[in-house]
Design a protein around this ligand. Structure first.
Ligand SMILES: Nc1ncnc2c1ncn2[C@@H]1O[C@H](COP(=O)(O)OP(=O)(O)O)[C@@H](O)[C@H]1O
Ligand SMILES: [Mg+2]
Length: 294
């Protein structure tokens, strides 16, 4: 299958800050791609360059093999991180306003149905909840019947139920054939929604792959964690591969019974021991030493 988008060697500086530091990847048509990383990682800068809104200092974006042009802008639906909605308009008026900007907008009823807006059509934009607002912003993004949809942190600040509803919406749009590019700092969201993710930190792309493939490559077995007040003061040898953190020790295990027996033999107190399947959060910590929320 042809790649719908090629991202080639992007670099972007803001004065001394290198916001994006030489990143390249490609997107297959129809996939959901997630840029994952903590605040300041360079996600917004990257996605805005991909949208054609920001000019990179170096590198380029190819849309279906050609540099992005006005045709691309007609085919892209964009939901910005901090969009202000027009004041004194209802949801329905807002959709109609954005429809008037395009020669062949998606039909009104279809937009309303896809984004579940029928109950709030006459509500003033200013009176929307966080989840309703995000649904309206997504509705605006799909007005031009885009084959590429860009969403910058679409679920930040939403409560868990609103986030789940929004995930359903994104899947629905993907099912209809659109390629989705989103940014998030929620690792569970990236894992649930995305066919491929790119993990970013300090402007660099650390890893690109399908979420589970990425985890399988980095972790074998389960993660065992034992909290400690001062783990650095442990003065006997720990099993190979044990990572000593500020407040705990961590190790992976493919044979949990053996690992636990071993830890008991060492005389360690197993109070508070927890076991879980490695997540993207664990992977991010492994790659950078930091948490995604930091
Ligand atoms: N307009 C700007 N002027 C100066 N610095 C900026 C600007 N936009 C972003 N930056 C800096 O670039 C880096 C990446 O920012 P951004 O792309 O917004 O990251 P993210 O979306 O992952 O939080 C940060 O250090 C940020 O402070
Ligand atoms: Mg951002």
């Amino acid at each position: 299958m042809q790649n719908i988008l090629e991202v080639q060697d992007l670099v972007k500086h803001y004065r001394q800050v290198c916001a994006v530091d030489g990143i390249s990847f490609s997107l297959a048509e129809g996939m959901c791609f997630g840029l994952l990383g903590p605040n300041g990682a360079g996600k917004t800068t990257t996605i805005e360059i991909m949208e054609g809104i920001l000019k990179p200092d170096r590198g380029q974006i190819l849309y279906r093999g050609r540099p992005i042009d006005s045709e691309f802008k007609k085919r892209a639906g964009i939901q910005f991180q901090n969009t202000s909605l027009p004041d004194h308009l209802t949801v329905s008026e807002t959709i109609r306003l954005f429809q008037s900007f395009y020669p062949e907008p998606r039909p009104f009823n279809e937009i309303v149905e896809i984004c579940s807006l029928s109950d709030i059509l006459s509500r003033d934009n200013k009176k929307l909840s966080g989840g309703q607002r995000q649904r309206l912003l997504l509705a605006i993004a799909i007005v031009p019947q885009p084959d590429l949809v860009f969403l910058d942190e679409p679920t930040t600040g939403l409560d868990p139920q609103a986030r789940r509803n929004f995930w359903d919406l994104i899947r629905r749009i993907q099912t209809e054939g659109a390629t989705i590019v989103l940014t998030t700092h929620y690792m569970d969201e990236a894992h649930m929604l995305c066919d491929q993710i790119g993990i970013m930190d300090h402007g660099k792309m650390l890893e690109i792959d399908a979420p589970q493939a990425m985890l399988d490559r980095h972790f074998e077995g389960v993660l065992v964690r034992i909290p400690f007040d001062e783990p650095k003061r442990i003065d006997f040898p720990l099993p190979e591969g044990t990572v000593v953190r500020n407040d705990a020790i961590e190790l992976t295990s493919t044979r949990l019974d053996e690992t636990v027996r071993r830890l008991i033999t060492l005389g360690l107190s197993l109070d508070g021991l927890s076991v879980h399947k490695p997540t993207l959060e664990d992977l991010f910590i492994k790659l950078t030493g930091n948490t995604l929320r930091a």
